[in-house]
Design a protein around this ligand. Structure first.
Ligand SMILES: [Zn+2]
Length: 283
């Protein structure tokens, strides 16, 4: 049989599966972990009809090339290696979200997650239980007010906790520290989304929507920081990109709070709160 005859038929990955894989792998290449690069979903076994989640890995185009280039001992990036990078990355993303949520949720009086998204590829097998959705019930308004009042102090803590890393002068650590603040802001947006109906944002689970929202901010600020193409922004570009994303997410939180407390009967002085919030984000 000629190689052409053996070629498998490409079956498009269903949109909701794409959204979940992208959420799970944070819209980020599982090999190089550079945020804001264009990515694609790679079929690990090279069979484009096998859309089993265990066969799908998010890769940037540079790293994807590595799955095709042959070196002395075969492919630079073979299937077992991609699987290993993918599994480690999924675990790191999940841990990062958990850690950030501990701080973001510290002041919350235990409102349940509106949508629980399974992040373990194993659980995808059972498609009926992927999403555990609880009927929407708007949490208590007093809890919201209490939570929002605490947000400036939560953001301030995120800055303080990461102070050492961000001031270390070591690019890798500085970037890690700033990325942790991004994670906390993302989790704050997610927590605030409990006061909106389920799938309020673009018909998507809030976790998926905000993960894409943050990924798009990275794409935007990377494009601005590397005006002549990827890698042209110099060594400081990581910090510039992260700083831009942090600013945008602080604004997004302020917008959500303003929307939740809109109107003449608002129990929050939005203007005064916004001033406090902005100050807490400037270290
Ligand atoms: Zn990559």
């Amino acid at each position: 049989m000629s190689p052409r005859a053996k070629k498998k038929i490409r079956i498009p990955i269903p949109d909701d599966l794409v959204a979940r894989i992208m959420y799970q792998q944070d819209h980020t290449c599982c090999k190089c972990n550079v945020r804001g690069l264009p990515v694609q979903i790679h079929h690990i076994d090279e069979d484009p009809s096998n859309n089993d989640p265990s066969n799908l890995a998010v890769l940037c185009s540079n790293c994807h090339d590595g799955t095709m280039i042959s070196g002395g001992f075969g492919r630079k990036l073979n299937a077992p290696l991609v699987t290993q990078y993918r599994d480690e990355w999924i675990e790191r993303v999940a841990n990062r979200r958990d850690e950030a949520d501990k701080l973001a949720a510290a002041a919350m009086s235990g409102a349940p997650k509106a949508v629980v998204i399974a992040t373990d590829p194993e659980t995808y097998e059972d498609s009926e239980t992927d999403y555990i959705e609880t009927p929407f019930e708007r949490p208590d308004e007093d809890d919201l007010l209490h939570y929002v009042e605490e947000l400036p102090s939560i953001l301030n803590q995120a800055f303080r906790f990461t102070d050492e890393k961000r001031a270390s002068g070591i690019t890798l650590h500085m970037n890690d520290g700033a990325a942790e603040i991004v994670d906390v802001l993302e989790q704050i947006l997610l927590r605030l989304s409990y006061w909106f109906p389920s799938k309020h944002f673009d018909g998507k689970p809030a976790a998926e929507f905000f993960s894409k929202y943050v990924a798009d901010r990275f794409t935007w600020h990377r494009a601005l920081a590397e005006p002549y193409g990827e890698g042209t922004g110099g060594t400081i570009r990581g910090q510039i990109i992260l700083g831009g994303v942090i600013d945008d997410l602080e604004d997004a939180v302020a917008d959500v709070v303003a929307a939740l407390f809109w109107g003449p009967d608002s129990t929050l002085d939005v203007e005064a709160w916004t001033l406090r919030w902005k100050k807490s984000g400037t270290e």
